[in-house]
Design a protein around this ligand. Sequence first.
Ligand SMILES: Nc1ncnc2c1ncn2[C@@H]1O[C@H](COP(=O)(O)OP(=O)(O)O)[C@@H](O)[C@H]1O
Ligand SMILES: [Mg+2]
Length: 382
Amino acid sequence: MLKLFTCCLSPHCQEQQQQAHSVSITTTERSFFEDIIGSKGGLFRIFRLAELKDATDNFRSRNILGRGAFGEVFKGVLTDGTQVAVKKLSVQSHQGKRQFRTEVTLLSTLRHVNLVRLLGCCAEQSERLLVYEYHLNGSLDQTLFKTGSKNLGWPLRREIIIGAAKGLQYLHEDSRHHIIHRDIKASNILLDEKFHARISDFGLARLLDMSQTHLSTGVAGTFGYLAPEYASSGNLTDKADVYSFGIVMLEVVSGRKNYNPNVRPEDQLLLKVAWRLYTQGKLLDLVDRRMGDQYVPWEAARILHVALLCTQAAQSLRPSMSKVVYLLHGRSEISEVPTKPPSVFVESFEMQPHKPQSRKRPSVTLTSSSNASMVSSIFSET
Ligand SMILES: Nc1ncnc2c1ncn2[C@@H]1O[C@H](COP(=O)(O)OP(=O)(O)O)[C@@H](O)[C@H]1O
Ligand SMILES: [Mg+2]
């Protein structure tokens, strides 16, 4: 691999390529690739554009796996039979080029069972392409919302949540770097043939020095998943990812999208519904009805509890990802009580007196019987 790329960088080879393929790669890009290849050796490959055209049947539309803000992702098969996913970035925009560099820089250095694997990239002519391992079950949103979440039984949902949490923990705390993903959402979590979860789409990610705890940045991400402090002031810490992950947990357990404009206004925001049910002591009403009683109530209650801890207004109240993983494993009681919902809901929130859980549904105590009254006092204070 290294050889192939070294050849591509030699003046002679470049001349040949320019004649044959009119390769245009800038000096900055060349030194960028030299650095990446130099440090990664054979783990990362530079693909030729012709090879990726062959693999994807010339980027045929029927091979499209998904679309995002800056390009399309195609299914491809390499000559050795390996199935791949090829992201073709729109490089008209400055953001597309930036996304390419960010993904190559970060993903070529990261290895974790819960992160997507970048096999290589291609920068030829004006094309910028990223080549990933193919994931048979696509992204979590496709499985959860499009094909009907009844296909996704409780054990898989629980494992997807735990797997994605571990991937995020690695980014924040365990890799050699401190990485904030900035776009955690269901469409950026991929599922392989066994439904193992892998975090993907690192185009917006930010790398911090180990000593840095926060960054001031322009706001990017997806409506409905953005932490309030980040959306309002660009104040970015890893707790912004924790917040987004809390929303994902609610989506997985409920089988509902975080925002649904087709229902009554008070039910449109999933997070608002979750906090309302929590104050009413009926949190388990959120569980996806399509699972019937085929789920484990105490596990669902625990995940929902952790999701509410993650989506609290104050970032200091949200747990770290290592704490989230620990809590999700369920080895001990959760002593923390969700107290402060994002203030955006406060005005429209109708407080109900706390009613005990209906006897028909399994009764689960969320460690503190006073949780509802604590939340109500905060609602009425604000
Ligand atoms: N490796 C993959 N295997 C299968 N499907 C994928 C793969 N990578 C991306 N996709 C599909 O393409 C969609 C867009 O990919 P993503 O990397 O999130 O790009 P964008 O930056 O455009 O959002 C994903 O939501 C998913 O449905
Ligand atoms: Mg995406």
